[in-house]
Design a binder for this molecule. Structure first.
Ligand code: RP5
Length: 164
């Protein structure tokens, strides 16, 4: 039996995959049932609206949306669903993602998009944020998230610098 998909990972183009795969890797690491697909705000507007309109009924708990340049995908999804949208600015070819960040973060009052850092850190953190949301009602998942954090702390404590 296939598990109920809890997190949707969508992106404006297959060229966003290098960045967005970092979100998928985290979801895989935590065994979160997810789906990933291209969903372009500008090239597939009808598909984008259909996805957003169906999201709540499908049982999605979060949508991680990555886009670059005129990055309207996260905001337009948020306009059409009450499922939390986590926006990832993808680094663009010409403005290094500052354009993407501004496009995603400057939402009007009343239609929130949780906006993350530009690039791979943002993609991974969006997924970790989704894990944290789901962990609120899943004790086992919370334990695994805490273990992940503890491992990170141990790794940082073990860091050494060259002698000065
Ligand atoms: C955006 O345009 C996509 O999210 C992508 O970051 C950017 C460039 O897309 P391609 O021209 O590489 O398909 O919609």
């Amino acid at each position: 039996m296939t598990k109920q998909v809890l997190v949707g990972v969508v992106m404006g183009s297959s060229s966003d995959w290098d960045t967005m795969q970092h979100a998928v890797q985290i979801l895989q690491q935590f065994d979160i049932p997810h789906e990933a697909r291209v969903l372009s705000a500008h090239r597939m507007p009808d598909d984008m609206f259909a996805y957003a309109e169906a999201a709540q009924g499908q049982g999605l708990k979060a949508i991680i949306a990555g886009a670059g340049g005129a990055a309207h995908l996260p905001g337009m999804l948020a306009a059409k669903t009450t499922v939390p949208v986590l926006g990832v600015p993808v680094a663009s070819r010409h403005l290094q993602g500052v354009d993407s960040l501004h496009s995603i973060v400057q939402m009007p009052k009343g239609v929130p998009v949780a906006t993350f850092a530009i690039g791979t850190a943002g993609a991974a953190n969006a997924a970790l944020f989704a894990v944290a949301m789901l962990a609120g009602s899943d004790a086992g998942l919370l334990q695994r998230l805490e273990a992940f954090r503890a491992e990170q702390t141990a790794h940082a404590r073990a860091m050494s610098l060259p002698p000065t």
